[in-house]
Design a binder for this molecule. Structure first.
Ligand code: COS
Length: 386
């Protein structure tokens, strides 16, 4: 099926992006099981290297900084296809994009020139906002940044940092004016190897196990003032804007997982014989499959539309939240139904659906829980009805 025949949001070149991403996804799929079982950082490094060589790390970085200069729709199609082959790799790529987007959104020319070419080529990014006591309430972070002789000295502790152990470039959010709440947060770029930047324990996760998640400690890390992203005290908005794009990407990851779960369910139902015939002949199974496709179509529509609006430079805070909420919750249901169709065998490690069941669970939590998406939607609800 050609995208353009079905959705008005795409142009011809998007077809090429999708097929390139599909090809690389097939490669990633070959080691997805091993990566999951071992929780392998090494495989993730190799996967990201492969993606880097094909230009995916810099997909939305303008060509003048060494990237591909493509759009949000290309990001969506890439994440969707990659997630279908290896959800953990798409999750790490999404973490990288949050760092890239923070610099794209808030960085001045000098900062973009300093970091984007590396991030577009082969450096992996991480986005360090969350802290032990600041998850959904992101403005309550307590990591401090104090200015001293042309440097900012960062002190604090970050938690659940995607790519922590493999990132070369960290976007770190810290309080510069603690008394000012959300209006007192600044974004910094911190390079791996900077004294005092310490990577802590790797979390043993339920799913997306090959995507490393770490604690990150900032023990009096001296960051040059030129590494401030945008203006001092204005970092919270950069975080929110980067997360808005990230949420469209999360919705895309949900689509990739949903599509695979549906495909696996159809294949299984066509081949599984019970009561003398394939179970796909049973109306109960047919109805489940129909519901799954309906949810998938709705997820696609919301996600592609949000990306298309983002490419038109519209404010997509609301659309990103709607797409993320719907697509990730739908993915959870779709994967669950697929497992139900698989029956007992689906509950075993032998089946891909067992991995998807674990991988999908993070999507309604990361980059803003479903409850945070509802909060964002509610705050925009009147505007939506104008
Ligand atoms: N785009 C641009 N600016 C935004 C914004 C957005 N999407 N959301 C908020 N802002 C701005 C507000 O306009 C406000 O600006 P002013 O000070 O100029 O008025 C400022 O940021 C503070 O916003 P607000 O008062 O809404 O902040 P809250 O503390 O209420 O937090 C939520 C808002 C809950 C939406 C935010 O904390 C959030 O998204 N939390 C989830 C964090 C998350 O996704 N974590 C995942 C971990 S990172 S992988």
């Amino acid at each position: 099926m050609k995208l353009r025949d079905y959705y008005p949001y795409f142009e011809d070149f998007h077809e090429d992006i999708k097929s390139l991403a599909k090809n690389v996804s097939q490669e990633l799929e070959k080691r997805a099981r091993e990566a999951d079982e071992k929780g392998s950082e090494e495989i993730m490094r190799e996967n990201l290297k492969m993606l880097a060589e094909l230009g995916f790390l810099g997909i939305n970085v303008p060509e003048q900084y060494g990237g591909q200069g493509l759009d949000e729709r290309s990001v969506v199609l890439s994440l969707e296809e990659i997630s279908r082959g290896c959800a953990a790799t798409a999750f790490s790529l999404g973490g990288h994009y949050l760092a890239v987007d923070s610099i794209l959104i808030g960085g001045d020319e000098a900062l973009k020139q300093k970091f984007l070419p590396r991030l577009a080529k082969d450096s992996v990014g991480a986005f360090a906002l969350t802290e032990p006591n600041a998850g959904s309430d992101a403005a309550s972070i307590v990591t401090r940044a104090e200015k001293k002789n042309g440097y900012y000295v960062l002190r604090g502790e970050k938690h659940f940092i995607t790519n922590g152990s493999i990132a070369d470039v960290f976007v770190v959010f810290a309080k510069t004016s603690p008394e000012k709440g959300a209006r007192g947060i600044t974004a910094f770029v911190v390079e791996r190897g900077t004294p005092g930047l310490l990577i802590g324990k790797k979390e043993e996760k339920l799913g997306v196990r090959a995507s490393p998640t770490n604690q990150v400690f900032l023990d009096n890390v001296e960051v040059p003032a030129e590494n401030v992203i945008g203006k001092v005290d204005e970092g919270f908005k950069i975080a929110m804007q980067a997360l808005t794009r990230g949420r469209i990407g999360m919705a895309a990851q949900a689509i990739g997982i949903s599509r695979l779960a549906l495909q696996l369910a159809i294949n299984y139902a066509e081949n599984r014989m019970q009561f003398g015939q394939p179970i796909i002949n049973q109306q109960a199974i047919q109805f489940m499959l129909s519901d799954m496709l309906t949810m998938l179509r709705a997820s696609e529509e919301l996600t592609y539309k949000a990306a298309w609006l983002a490419d038109r430079k519209a404010d997509v805070t609301l659309e990103a939240a709607v797409a993320k909420l719907f697509a990730t919750e739908a993915a959870k249901l779709i994967v669950d139904k697929s497992m139900q169709i698989h029956g007992g065998i689906g509950y075993t490690r032998d089946q891909v659906i067992e991995r998807l069941y674990r991988d999908v669970r993070i999507l309604t939590i990361a980059e803003g829980t479903s409850e945070i998406q509802r909060l964002v939607i509610f705050r925009n609800i009147k505007k939506a009805l104008d």
